[in-house]
Design a protein around this ligand. Structure first.
Ligand SMILES: C[S@@+](CC[C@H](N)C(=O)[O-])C[C@H]1O[C@@H](n2cnc3c(N)ncnc32)[C@H](O)[C@@H]1O
Length: 385
């Protein structure tokens, strides 16, 4: 009880500093906000210009232009469907599996690492079962919608190719148990299943409608016999409650939190978190993210690993959340966590994605006109005890 109150106290302290930064930014934008009504997409752009310009400096104009332009997709191949013909068609159009290319580069990178004293690419083991096809850099051809095979399963799932990276970095080994804490609508859940390594996967999302969408996606991509209760459980629970579920511990945990979904916030007024009516929800996002990350850490068995991810460029939602959660976990829950170095891993994919130069913690895919994926932030944590 006392520990819980202390956690609340520290979370409130973090909330105060978040509010201070937000108040400072509001002062700058107050004059603008009293003018004629802005659509939420404009408010998002104003907010990003005020915060990201300082952080990214001369990189910001290029990232901004990427985010305001059409996003590039990847085709996550469905290994449960018969897709040999689909793969050869995609290859004949110039597409390549960026994961297979990365694997091919492992040896080259190991040699480079030794010569230049860089982190080893050994930590960058990747699941060769996941295949994700992309058009070459600078090629903005769109994929056709996937078609069902003779058994009715769809051959691929279209998603931001960078959102496969958190699943690859999670490095699920054969026979492991996996929790996907915020799973809807299900792109990463499907990628986890494509590894064909998890003995048991628990996919959860607070939202009933998103969980229903996840169910429908899995029905369209995964054979019924692989969706049995002993292999796959889907629930609609508040992920924060995982803190009280002591008897459920996992080898791997994915915490892909709700965030400001920066690209969506710039493009769509509908369901936009920058709407004035959602200001409070947006301002308290880092607190929700910390709570979900702490719950995820409690659900990870000692020796297990957790992957925290967002689709935002915000330092407050990325590095700051990780920093706060790691120190709260130690102080309040006696959980020791080590942040893992992913630089070897990201170097494998540097031909496909633009990574931000050295964020303080974790790795960040930056949108870029020639490779317009992301933003995706990922940070891997090892629960030591
Ligand atoms: C970024 S989305 C997840 C995307 C998903 N992993 C994918 O790849 O398709 C974040 C999700 O968190 C869910 N969410 C929000 N609050 C939550 C909570 N307290 N517990 C669990 N899920 C929550 C939202 O409904 C949303 O679907």
């Amino acid at each position: 009880m006392a520990a819980h109150m202390k956690t609340r106290f520290l979370i409130n302290k973090f909330k105060d500093s978040v509010c201070f930064i937000q108040r400072r930014n509001r002062v700058k934008t107050k004059w603008a906000s009293t003018r004629a009504k802005f659509p939420a997409t404009n408010l998002a752009l104003q907010h990003f210009d005020a915060t990201y310009k300082n952080y990214f400096g001369e990189l910001w104009p290029s990232v901004r232009m990427g985010m305001l332009s059409e996003q590039k997709y990847g085709a996550l191949m469905n290994n449960f469907a018969s897709n040999a013909d689909v793969i050869s068609t995609l290859q004949s159009q110039g597409c390549r599996d960026f994961i297979r290319d990365g694997e091919r580069d492992t040896h080259k990178i190991s040699d480079e690492s030794e010569q230049n004293d860089l982190p080893s690419a050994e930590t960058a083991r990747i699941s060769s079962h996941i295949q994700c096809f992309v058009f070459p850099r600078g090629d903005i051809t769109r994929f056709k919608p996937a078609r069902p095979d003779s058994t009715g399963l769809l051959s691929y799932y279209l998603l931001d190719a960078a959102s496969v990276l958190p699943v690859l970095a999670l490095d699920i080994r054969p026979g492991q148990t996996v929790l996907d804490l915020c799973a809807g609508p299900g792109g990463k859940t499907l990628a986890i299943l494509q590894t064909q390594a998890a003995r048991f996967l628990w996919a959860n999302d607070l939202s009933g409608s998103r969980t229903a969408r996840l169910q429908r996606t899995l029905q369209s991509y995964v054979p019924k016999e692989l969706r049995g209760e002993d292999k796959l459980r889907i629930t609609s629970l508040d992920g924060r409650k995982w803190r009280n579920m002591e008897d459920h511990k996992f080898d791997r945990v994915l915490v892909d939190v709700p965030c400001t979904t920066d690209r969506h916030s710039l493009m769509e007024d509908e369901n936009n978190i920058f709407k004035r009516s959602r200001t409070k929800e947006r301002q308290t996002l880092p607190l929700l993210q910390i709570e979900l990350l702490l719950a995820g850490l409690q659900a990870t068995r000692p020796g297990g690993e957790l992957l925290y991810s967002t689709c935002s460029l915000s330092q407050l939602q990325n590095e700051c959340v990780v920093q706060q959660a790691v120190s709260l976990a130690q102080q309040e829950m006696d959980i020791t966590v080590q942040v893992q170095d992913l630089s070897g891993f990201t170097r494998l994919f540097s031909d496909t994605f633009h990574f931000a130069p050295q964020p303080a913690l974790g790795e960040l895919v930056l949108p870029h006109l020639c490779a317009n994926f992301g933003p995706i932030y990922l940070c891997k944590l090892l629960r030591v005890s």
